[in-house]
Design a protein around this ligand. Structure first.
Ligand SMILES: Cc1cc2nc3c(=O)[nH]c(=O)nc-3n(C[C@H](O)[C@H](O)[C@H](O)COP(=O)(O)O)c2cc1C
Ligand code: SF4
Length: 428
């Protein structure tokens, strides 16, 4: 069984204030960049591939495979984008990395750009993170002054021009193609894939786009080796995951957790369990786009393979615990309204499906719905998930689908034709 980490292994999440460049260097920082530049992009990429690093932005795509796609492209001008939009409700891991260990992120971006052959890049930071934007701007300037960024990095001949780009408050702009449109000055709407960003991304050039946490893993892998990295986690999911734990637990916060621990262990060992005197009713895994699972499923390990088999979406790594005082329907409606607000309206299943689903939840919560409404809600959920154009709509139905599967009784109990008084009325 995986144990809690003795120390934060990949992310130093203990300091109260942000780590400056000198502190970063004194603790081994930028030795990974020097090593990568000396050993070359192929050797460095093999290390990332052997480490089995997967994207932490939600889709868990193997990072080395993405970089290989860029390397296979003959186009000379290539871009790197760090996705720091972090709009998933209940997720605050990327903000921590940007505000506390910004140079670990900058070092990871620079190594990734070197491996991919990218010479220009952006960090796309969500508008609601002004402190992270300020720290990153200053850190970029400092890294440039000290030769870790910009022209001829550490005298290697490799150059990377990195700029910060602020989002404008749209959750959808976290989706990679919408994000690219947004940087290009267009409406932040998703594009059809393929072509993928690795083929035709920013200004139609090959573009590597990765999440903050993904990129911040890279320096430690290069510095300490793939086999060291694989000493954490499981063969399927090596390394650790930053978990944003919130809701009805004793200790809320950010934790670095080795893959392989069960959700029950994470909640009890890091979160201290449910609030005193309360029992856990449900747990939301993966943020608003994730699923709601009952306590019996908490014995599933935090691992991509095991979770995909049971329909759990690890997503951004947000875990929200609901105790037995919470209403499942209110919680689901809360998230549905979030997606309704953030939907761009381009396609009907998402735009209209979410609206209709929300109306049914209104009726259910007001005690005015009938059992037929629950079946209709199930049909709408399938249509939203299967026919929406982009990941927003496809994931928006996850909380509906899972709650209808595991908490169907609570839906039915809210229907007026499920109450004894209604049955008496009908048969009178
Ligand atoms: C609606 C929507 C919002 C997203 N928001 C984010 C986000 O805030 N941050 C992020 O890294 N990825 C987000 N993603 C995933 C990105 O499209 C993309 O897969 C990710 O940045 C790739 O990086 P990775 O391979 O390192 O995970 C979002 C996807 C969708 C569909
Ligand atoms: S699924 Fe929703 S957010 Fe995505 S394109 Fe369609 S309407 Fe827009």
């Amino acid at each position: 069984m995986n144990k809690m980490l003795d120390d934060d292994q990949i992310f130093n999440i203990s300091p109260g204030r942000h780590v400056d460049l000198d502190h970063h260097c004194q603790n081994g920082g930028y030795s990974a960049l020097a090593k990568a530049l000396a050993q070359g992009p192929e050797t460095s990429l093999k290390e990332i591939s052997d480490a089995g690093l997967r994207g932490r932005g939600g889709a868990a795509f193997p990072t080395a495979e993405k970089i290989k796609m860029l390397r296979a492209n003959t186009e000379k001008l290539r871009y790197i984008i760090c996705n720091a939009d972090e709009g998933e409700p209940g997720t605050f891991k990327d903000r921590f990395i940007m505000t506390h260990i910004p140079f670990q992120l900058l070092e990871g971006i620079t190594i990734a750009a070197f491996m991919a052959g990218a010479s220009e890049g952006y960090i796309y930071v969500r508008h609601e993170y002004p402190e992270a934007q300020k720290i990153l701007r200053e850190s970029i300037e400092e890294a440039e002054r000290r030769g870790f960024l910009g022209e001829n990095i550490l005298g290697s001949g490799f150059s990377l021009s990195l700029k910060l780009f602020s989002g404008a408050g749209s959750y959808l702009c976290g989706e990679e193609t919408a994000l690219i449109s947004s940087i290009e000055g267009k409406k932040g709407r998703p594009r059809l894939k393929p072509p993928y960003p690795t083929q035709a991304g920013l200004w139609q050039k090959p573009t590597l786009i990765n999440n903050v946490e993904t990129l911040a893993n890279i320096p430690k892998i290069i510095e300490k080796s793939a086999s060291w990295y694989r000493s954490f986690g499981t063969p399927d999911s090596p390394g650790t995951k930053l978990i944003s734990l919130s809701g009805d637990v004793q200790n809320r916060g950010l934790f670095e957790v080795p893959f392989g621990m069960t959700f029950a262990e994470i909640i009890s060992e890091y979160g201290g369990g449910a609030k005193t005197g309360k029992a856990i009713k449900a747990v939301n895994i993966g943020g608003a786009s994730g699923v709601l699972i009952p306590p019996e499923m908490l014995f599933t390990p935090l691992e991509y393979l095991a979770c995909s088999k049971t329909g759990i979406t690890i997503g951004s790594g947000a875990i929200f615990v609901l105790d037995d005082t919470r209403s499942i329907l209110s919680n689901v409606q809360n998230r549905l309204r979030f997606f309704l607000h953030e939907s761009c309206g381009k396609c009907t299943p998402c735009r209209e499906g979410l609206r209709q689903a929300n109306l049914i939840l209104d009726r259910l919560l007001a005690g005015e719905a009938v059992r037929q409404d629950v079946s209709t809600l199930e049909r709408y959920t399938r249509a939203i998930q299967e026919a929406s154009f982009c990941g927003l709509g496809q994931a928006a139905g996850n909380s509906l689908r899972s709650s209808l599967a595991y908490y169907r009784d609570e839906y039915l109990a809210s229907c007026r034709d499920n109450k004894p008084s209604f049955i008496e009325e009908e048969t009178a």
